[in-house]
Structure formats: structure tokens, C-alpha cells
Design a protein around this ligand. Structure first.
Ligand SMILES: C[S@@+](CC[C@H](N)C(=O)[O-])C[C@H]1O[C@@H](n2cnc3c(N)ncnc32)[C@H](O)[C@@H]1O
Length: 282
């Protein structure tokens, strides 16, 4: 909170100096992980209790802000009084476009949100697509799924991969594929679970350069832990989708560009919407 307020008021030159000092002191949010996923992170990673506590504390405000007609420039991770932000708005509109494609001509659709936390995209889906009945499934770790069940009625929460045994009209992985060391294996499982579309979004990528692993310490979001994740080579991700029989429909800019001290190449977040080739007319 203090850092957010300071960053809004500090002149750019002082903000840059503060960032350089954080980098020099090793207290930056992002670090390159030369040993890849093998380094044990401090804390419990995504199992950390502070994650579910933070998200649950922001849930009511998120539901309230999502209802109505205002712009969707916030996420489930935004503080309730956070100003509207373009990155969150891009992410919401990417999802809106995807829902429109996946539900075209339908009254009902099945959606799997893989790494979906408490089910925030389920709330967003209902707000964005009120004409369509959405059979919303959310897969996450056990503690998040358990809390999600208490918060979002009419949804199905999964804490294991049995949810991948059936097929969905849309499979969504928003800022979740990167946390899987075997991202190709995970992508293949997601591709096999869709009979319509697969959206991998809020995905950290680097352009025309080899991917690398980073560790994020997301303390400013209220998550008092750290976890490793990929910054994937964008071209490699697109070819991996193609090799799985997915046809790229649209690539999206998200607008998030974390500064990663010492990174071999710049990182930015993008989205990729694929359609499964077995769909007639694809
Ligand atoms: C950055 S959050 C993204 C949450 C949400 N999809 C969004 O875009 O706002 C990453 C999510 O992936 C989940 N996750 C990480 N590793 C996972 C695993 N092995 N199995 C299932 N979910 C996992 C985390 O618990 C967390 O909810």
C-alpha cells in the first residue's frame, strides 16, 4: 500500500532511483532463477495461507465492483480502493472476447478455469455474458478450492486433475501455466480438455529469445511467500500449441511488463487464444 502511494507521487527520476536501490539491495520483487525450478523457494509457495486470506478479504469488494456497468479495470487481486488500471482492464476484455467466441450461438457453455483461485473469473464470466448459462469449473490447490466453495455458489471446485477427464467449450489458464515446470505437459493436458477454445493469458513471455525461470516475491500483493515461474519464449509457446493441433485465433497484449533485474531479455505478459482443430469449421 505504502509503495503504491509513493509510486504515484514520486517524480519519475526518484521512482527510478528507488527501483535501482531495491535492485542493488536484492529486495526487488522479481529475480532470475539460474537453477530453474530446482531452487526451493522461501515460504510455502502457492500453498501459503496468506494467499487465500488476502484473496478472501478482497472477494466481497471484487463481486461488488464487477456488478453494474462500470469499467472492469481491477482484478481479484486488486485492493478494494485501488484505482482502475489498464492492465486489469485488458485482461478482462481479453476474457470477454474469448467468452463471446466460445459461446457464439449457444445458450449454455462449460468453462474450466485452471489455476482459478477462488473463482474470480466465474464472477466475471456471469457479469460479462448474462445471456449464457455458464457451467463454471475451477481447478486450484486444495486450500483455495475449499474456500472458493464457500464463496461462489453454483460453481464446481476441483482440487485434482480429475476435472481434465471431460471436455469443456473453453479452457482458461490465466497466469497459471507458468507455475508448472513441465509447461508443455500441462499445455497438452489443457488442449486435450477443450473441444472448443483454449485461452492461455496473463502469460509472461519474452520475444524471440530463449525462455528463463524467475522467482517472484509478491509481497506487495499481500502474498508473503515466493514462487518460481517461467518466462516462456513466445515463439516456442505458439509452436507448442500448433503441435498439439490448436489453431491460434488471436494473440493479445496485456500491458504488464515486470522489470526483472539481470533478466537475459525483457519480459511482458501476453494472451493466446487457440481453437481446437477437431472443431468443425475451425
Ligand atoms: C497468479 S494466480 C492466478 C489466479 C487467476 N487465474 C488470475 O488470473 O487472477 C496463480 C494460480 O495458480 C494456482 N496454482 C499454482 N500451482 C498450481 C498447481 N500445481 N495446481 C493447481 N493450481 C496451481 C495458484 O494457486 C493460483 O491460484
Amino acid at each position: 500500500m505504502a509503495a503504491r502511494i509513493l509510486s504515484r507521487w514520486l517524480p519519475p527520476v526518484l521512482a527510478d532511483a528507488a527501483r535501482a536501490l531495491r535492485d542493488a539491495m536484492g529486495t526487488s520483487e522479481w529475480h532470475v532463477a539460474p537453477d530453474g525450478f530446482t531452487r526451493t523457494p522461501r515460504g510455502a509457495g502457492w500453498e501459503d495461507e496468506s494467499i487465500v486470506a488476502t484473496q478472501a478479504a478482497r472477494w466481497a469488494a471484487y463481486v461488488q465492483r464487477t456488478a453494474g456497468t462500470g469499467p472492469l479495470g481491477f482484478s481479484g487481486e486488486s485492493e478494494s480502493d485501488a484505482p482502475q488500471d489498464d492492465v486489469a482492464h485488458n485482461s478482462a476484455m481479453v476474457f470477454a472476447y474469448t467468452l463471446a467466441r466460445a459461446s457464439h450461438g449457444r445458450e449454455r457453455m462449460a468453462l474450466l478455469d485452471w489455476g482459478g483461485g477462488l473463482g474470480q473469473y466465474g464472477v466475471l464470466a456471469r457479469a460479462l455474458m448474462p445471456e449464457v448459462e455458464i457451467d463454471y469449473h475451477c481447478r486450484d490447490l486444495a486450500h483455495l478450492a475449499a474456500r472458493g466453495r464457500t464463496l461462489l455458489a453454483g460453481a464446481t471446485f476441483h482440487d485434482d486433475d480429475t476435472c481434465l477427464a471431460r471436455r469443456y467449450d473453453l479452457v482458461l489458464a490465466s497466469s497459471s501455466l507458468q507455475y508448472h515446470e513441465d509447461w508443455r505437459g500441462a499445455l497438452a493436458k489443457l488442449a486435450a480438455a477443450t473441444e472448443g477454445f483454449l485461452l492461455v493469458t496473463r502469460m509472461p513471455v519474452t520475444l524471440s529469445a530463449p525462455g528463463y525461470v524467475v522467482v517472484q516475491r509478491p509481497h506487495r500483493h499481500g502474498y508473503m511467500t515466493e514462487y518460481p515461474g517461467w518466462v516462456l519464449d513466445r515463439d516456442e509457446l505458439i509452436s507448442a500449441g500448433g503441435a498439439l493441433g490448436l489453431v491460434l485465433q488471436r494473440e493479445f497484449l496485456i500491458g504488464e511488463r515486470p522489470r526483472i533485474p539481470g533478466a537475459p531479455s525483457p519480459c511482458e505478459y501476453r494472451g493466446f487464444l487457440w481453437r481446437a482443430e477437431r472443431v468443425a469449421g475451425a
